[in-house]
Structure formats: C-alpha cells, structure tokens
Write a protein that binds this ligand. Structure first.
Ligand code: UN1
Length: 510
C-alpha cells in the first residue's frame, strides 16, 4: 500500500486539474483535507472569510433578481447543460468522491449518476411548475395559484453525499428561479470545488446567466452560520446531524426563513416469517454495510421474527465475517474506510455499551494493514441484543447493525417507532397484510417506508426526507420543488359588481 499512499495526493491533483479546478483553490490555504483511504493530507484550501461569505450571498441575491424573470423552461436549459457536463465528467468526479469520501467506485459513480438523474427530473419540471385553478364562490371571478421564485437558496451538505445533495437542491432551485449558495462539509470540499468547475462549464455554454447564480463557501461552522443568518437566504437546506439541525432550525425560525432539514436517521427493517430470506439477506447486506454504514438511510436496526431468527442471523453473521473490507480502489472491496478517527471511536463506544448490556457482538474490530494508522477501517458489526434498549436507540454513524428478536408484528412496529429519528424503514415479507399494515397510518412513522427493499438507496423521483428528529424536510422528487418557491393565491374579479366572500355586506352608500 505504501506506493498507493505516496501517489494519492498526486492523483487527486491530476483529477482536479482534469476537472478544471484552478490550483490556487486547493493549495496554500489553511483548510487541510485528508483522504480517509490513507489518512494522507491531499490539499490545503483557502477558506472563505465571513466578509467574503456575505459578499457571495449579496452576489447571489443580485443574481436572483435577474434569474427570477428568466422563463422557467429557459432556466431548465441551464440544468440540462449541467446534466450534460456531469455526464462528461462522471468518471472523474466519481473517482474524486472515492478519494475524498472513501466510497467504493461503484458508489462514487452512483452518486454522480444521482446528480444526473435529478438534472433530468428538473429539466422536465421546468415546464411543469403547475398551479391550480380553484372553484370560486363568487360569480364572474376566477381564483388560481401561481408559483414564484423565492430568493437565495442556501445549501449545507454533509461528507457522506458530498455532491449529490447539492445537486438535489441546486437543480430544483435553479429551475424554480432561485440562486444557490453552498457550504459543503469541511471534510469534503474538493468534490465541491470540482462540482462548481463542472457547473461553470454549463454556465459558460448557457451564455447569459447572471454572475453569482451559483456560489461556494469553503470553511467551517462559522461560515455555515453566516449562511443561516443572512436575510437574503430565504430557504436553507441543511443535511447533517440532528444536533446540527437543533442549532440551525431556531435561527432560521427567528427570521422566518424556510428550512429543509434532512437530519439523522435510525432506520430499521422488520423481517417477518414469510420473508424471502435470500432476497432479505442481500437487501440487509447492502443497506447495513454499504457506504461503510455512513448513509443517513443506512439500516441500523433489524427486527427478526422468532421463527426465522435462527436461520437468518447466522447467515448474516457469515456475510459480516467475510465481506471484503479495504481500500475502496481494490477490486472486490465492498466496505471502505470510516471518514475519521471520531467515527471509529463513536463506533467502538457504541459496541462497548452494547457489550455492557450483554449483547453478542460479531465483528466491529479495526482492520489493520490496509493503510497507515491514520486511516480507519473496521469490520462491520452485527450486534445481537436481548432488548430494544441502549445505544440502538440513537444513530451511530458507522456500520453497526443491531438485531432484536420479536414475536408479534405489533411489538416490532412499536420498537420500530420508538426512536427519535424518522427517516427510512423497510419490511421484508411476502404477506400482503403485513406489508400493508407496515405502510398504514399506524405502521412505520418514517418519511420512507419500503417493502422487500432495504431503507437505503432511494431513487430521486420520490420525495426524500423524514419525520420527527429527521427534521421533516423533503428534497429531490415528487412535489419537493414547492419548498423552493413562494405560492400566491390570486382572485380576479371580471364582473362589474363587488360581491364579498362569505356573503359579507359592506355598503358605503352612494
Ligand atoms: C444521505 O445519506 O444523506 O437513499 C442521502 C439513499 C441516497 C441518498 C442518501 N439516495 O441512500
């Protein structure tokens, strides 16, 4: 591995050059970026100052004032070009996601595909920002809704989906007539620089987009706070921990800005007696171990019916024991590194707490010999619990799957809903009554409820997000676009009379 270690910063440099990022944007600055693959420092970015951030937001506001008057289908043309540029850069950007965030190449490329998909969706949407015509109680009147651009859209994104989440927001915001200011995770700013370089090519081809339409802020939490507090930012989409959401939401509320929050998940699946166990095993493996357990939608809790527990769980333990953990660039690797030491320590603490509760822990140990001591590789952990209690009740952003045996579906659904987060959920069953019960109003309380598919890996066409401590926001497909626009209700009187609603009379005489 030492040879790969030595060449990683050079490889990153070559990629950034190919992607069109100027060297000055990632050398000589104070923000050190490390690759979780080797632990090596791969770049030093100059950071945006608070004053520069405020100026960037002011440029975005000026851009908004121009962009809102551009017809929506024309705005869609910019997003179409962005999709084209992303297609051209897919291999390089996907690889950069691998090097900076540690994802295996198929998942790095998948993340860029998710960007392309949302661009395609948004292009269609640019001709479908529909408002309703509403029946009015008054003669010779018409009532309707119209949707208008909102303002500057702020985006705060996390390390684990360093580019796709920006694109969910930016593609919709752009067709909706908003400008976008992005503060990416300080752990993954290089992929953000590359994304902006790609977007610049789309802007150049588009021709007359206003300057400041897409802005990028590089820095830490204080720069995110500038975005949260700036009065021009009318909607802020924030992805990250529930703790971050608790800090951000009241600040936005105090100035009546809109929040789209996509916070923690503690996603579960229920395996019922009728489940197709072969499919279930594969579904669980991807959902729980994919992305090294570092997706918001990662499967973290598994409720297995007593009648299938002793068949399924030993099989799962075997898969956990043999899944290839390693450098994501090595063929066959399915589980790459944790993002950093803090993630590793958080995982070990949760496993120690589980052991103290009498749990049986399979795996979870550090895997040495892959890279230097500054890189953190772990075998995913399968934790058999006696009860739904302890660390299982909170999100630990690492590959830990807690397993609990259940007797009745009602009990499993109770446990399922007994956590703070409410993002994604699944049931594995071939029984229609069980599937429907899980998706009913008294079933899963999450924003996403699946049948015979794990909780992770959602397509962009659906609204993405969750309830309770997940924050309630919705991004990406369905009608999520409405959060990026303001709605006006218009009533038009084309009569010569002035009938008042509710039959009120207000006669001022002659
Ligand atoms: C996230 O982890 O922040 O459904 C987003 C999924 C992906 C998005 C995850 N499409 O797992």
């Amino acid at each position: 591995m030492s040879q790969a270690n030595a060449t990683l910063p050079a490889e990153v440099d070559q990629l950034l050059q190919r992607l069109g990022v100027p060297r000055a944007a990632y050398t000589g600055g104070t923000l050190a970026v490390r690759s979780p693959i080797t632990g090596d420092t791969i770049a030093h970015l100059p950071q945006t100052t608070a004053a520069e951030a405020t100026r960037a937001i002011a440029r975005a506001q000026a851009a908004f004032l121009v962009w809102r008057d551009v017809p929506a289908p024309r705005r869609g043309e910019l997003v179409r070009l962005l999709g084209e540029e992303l297609r051209a850069a897919k291999v390089d950007l996907g690889l950069l996601v691998t090097l900076e965030a540690g994802k295996v190449p198929s998942e790095g490329a998948g993340e860029v595909q998710e960007m392309i998909d949302i661009c395609d969706f948004a292009v269609g949407l640019s001709r479908q920002l529909y408002g309703m015509t509403i029946a009015t109680e008054r003669a010779e009147h018409r009532m309707m809704e119209t949707w208008h651009p909102l303002g500057v859209c702020g985006v705060i994104s996390a390390f684990n989906f360093p580019v796709a989440v920006w694109c969910w927001n930016a593609a919709l915001a752009l067709v909706c007539g908003d400008s976008v200011v992005w503060k990416p995770s300080e752990k993954t700013p290089l992929t953000a620089l590359a994304t902006l370089a790609i977007a610049k090519r789309a802007l150049a081809r588009f021709g007359d987009a206003p300057e400041g339409l897409l802005e990028l802020l590089i820095g830490q939490r204080d720069i995110g706070e500038v975005l949260v507090d700036d009065p021009h930012v009318k909607v802020l989409s924030a992805t990250g921990s529930t703790a971050m959401g608790r800090a951000v939401a009241p600040r936005l509320a105090s100035r009546f800005a809109r929040a789209i929050l996509e916070l923690g998940g503690n996603n579960a699946a229920i395996v019922t007696p009728s489940a197709d166990l072969d499919l279930t095993l594969r579904g669980i493996a991807f959902a729980a171990m994919g992305t090294a357990g570092q997706r918001c939608t990662t499967l973290r809790r598994l409720f297995v019916h007593d009648s299938v527990y002793d068949t399924l769980v030993p099989q799962l333990a075997k898969v956990y024991a043999k899944v290839q953990v390693g450098d994501p660039r090595t063929p066959g690797t399915l589980v790459g590194p944790l993002i950093d030491r803090a993630a590793f320590e958080g995982m070990q603490n949760a496993l120690d707490e589980s052991r103290a509760l009498g749990a049986t822990v399979h795996g979870g140990t550090r895997v040495d010999g892959i890279a230097s001591a500054d890189a953190f590789y772990v075998r995913p952990a399968l934790v058999e619990l006696h009860d739904h209690a302890g660390p299982v009740l909170r999100e630990t952003f690492a590959p830990i799957l807690y397993v609990v045996r259940y007797q009745s579906l009602a009990q499993a659904i109770d446990w399922h809903n007994a956590v703070g987060a409410g993002l994604s959920s699944s049931i594995f069953t071939l029984n229609m009554r069980e599937a429907e019960r899980f998706m009913a109003s008294s079933g899963s309380d999450c924003g996403i409820a699946n049948v015979n598919i794990g909780p992770s890996g959602a397509e962009i066409g659906g609204a993405f997000g969750g309830e309770k401590e997940t924050g309630g926001g919705r991004e990406s497909g369905s009608d999520s676009w409405k959060a990026y626009m303001r709605r006006a209700t218009n009533t038009i009187n084309y009569s010569t009379a002035l009938p008042l609603a509710q039959g009120v009379s207000f006669d001022i005489g002659e």
